[in-house]
Write a protein of this length. Structure first.
Length: 318
């Protein structure tokens, strides 16, 4: 194994060990410092067999904060514009599937409507905005053509840039989509800082989990260069990565999408844009006007038998 390849891999593994070992011990409730006035709640409603329920009206919903009913100020369905940020992992570990990721992003954009927009933030050793709010396929292709996989993974830094610099300037439904293994090896921003940003935002996070690709990546180096790794250490890294992905997506009102092969990624993205189109978009001003830093639980009920509801679970009143 060449020195150029071996050194980064050792650094990655070391960083991952620190990430896996420290995450559980350090995890604590986030504290949000930004004042919240109107709370936005994207809501997915499905039947018991998982099919989206459409055609609901405002009167079919009940919205509660800390078990107290709230007045729904705004209610919208498919017509709400979509603002989607793709966080595109271009670290060295994606070199075998980057082509499929590019293809899937393009397929997603072709499903959008005129008022929808996308932005793309790539991340490896640094986070970089390569497409700033557009639905122009020519601009999209030019941006994607310049992407080359290399370097480490700063996923948290990419999320931080997105929450701080991209999302505050847009209105409507906001979504972050990423294909990642959750194995952050070089970010300056911590998991807990990202959790704070996420809980303060009304943005849904969806992740196509590639946690199992961590093993594929290390197996490639074992097969090609004779590199050996500890299965116990690998299991800890994968468990920690998956747990943090689940925490982030669940607290945003999004979810981790089942692991897919690169060949199925395009279909996964196409299914997701259809799901987003079928969501309901609610907002309310809390009756409790105190900004005391406490966590406020959000619950949405649909007054229809057999309806399943998914939404963000709450926020911090700061």
């Amino acid at each position: 194994m060449s020195h150029d390849l071996k050194a980064p891999l050792i650094l990655l593994l070391g960083a991952a060990l620190l990430f896996a070992g420290g995450a559980a011990a350090q995890e604590k409730d986030p504290v949000i410092r930004s004042e919240v006035n109107q709370i936005f709640v994207p809501v997915s409603v499905s039947s018991l067999d998982g099919k989206p329920i459409t055609g609901l009206e405002r009167k079919d919903f009940q919205l509660l904060e800390d078990d107290m009913p709230q007045d729904i100020l705004n209610f919208a369905r498919e017509e709400t514009p979509l603002n989607v940020v793709f966080l595109m992992d271009i670290s060295h570990s994606t070199f075998m599937e980057l082509g499929a990721i590019k293809k899937a992003i393009r397929a997603f954009v072709t499903e959008l409507q005129d008022q929808d927009r996308v932005a793309i933030v790539t991340f490896n050793n640094e986070a970089r905005l390569i497409l700033d709010w557009s639905n122009d396929l020519i601009r999209l292709d030019r941006a994607l053509d310049r992407v080359v996989p290399k370097g480490n993974t700063v996923w948290y830094d990419a999320l931080y840039v997105t929450y701080n610099e991209l999302l505050p300037h847009v209105s409507g439904k906001k979504v972050i989509i990423s294909v990642t293994d959750g194995w952050d090896t070089a970010s300056l921003v911590s998991f807990h800082e990202i959790l704070e940003k996420l809980t303060a935002s009304d943005t849904q996070l969806y992740v196509v989990s590639k946690v199992t690709s961590i093993r594929d990546y290390l197996e490639y180096y074992r097969r090609e260069y004779g590199y050996r790794y500890d299965e116990t250490v690998l299991a800890k890294i994968m468990y920690s990565s998956e747990a943090q992905l689940q925490k982030l997506t669940r607290d945003s009102g999004g979810r981790v999408l089942p692991p897919q092969s690169a060949d199925n990624l395009t279909q996964t993205y196409q299914n997701l844009v259809k799901e987003l189109r079928m969501q309901y978009f609610l907002s309310y001003t809390p009756h409790n006007v105190l900004r005391d830093g406490s966590y406020r639980k959000i619950a949405v009920r649909v007054l229809r038998p057999g309806a399943r509801v998914a939404c963000r679970p709450g926020y911090y009143a700061r």
